[in-house]
Design a protein around this ligand. Sequence first.
Ligand SMILES: [Zn+2]
Length: 137
Amino acid sequence: MEDDQWKKKLSKEQYRILRLRQTETPYSGVLLHNDKTGKYLCGACGQTLFDSSTKFDSRSGWPSFNWPVNKKAIKLSEDRSLGIRRVEVSCARCGSHLGHVFNDAPDQPTGIRFCINSLALDFKEKKIRDNLKKSRG
Ligand SMILES: [Zn+2]
């Protein structure tokens, strides 16, 4: 998608994070304390990225996950901005910036913290209805 199309599709704040690769203010995200069961999707293209079962409270101020739903859904690349080496996490489908990944979560089964901007995500709650539909076949 062209840049002006992203500008039209996304809110100003989402655009700043997803397309200009900025970081939202810590503790500002609406999904930070979301503890509902469901899936977290790319805020730009809607691809499923994370599951609520991997979300944890890292006390960093950003939604944190210990693993993506599928390694192919995300793209990792080196980020040398701010004079430090970090690993940037982007959506593999649309290339939008999501956040960074750190090796600093020893309390998690994976030891890894995907530190993701709330504004880069959409949340799709899993409804009890969905389970009923499935069990009916
Ligand atoms: Zn995407």
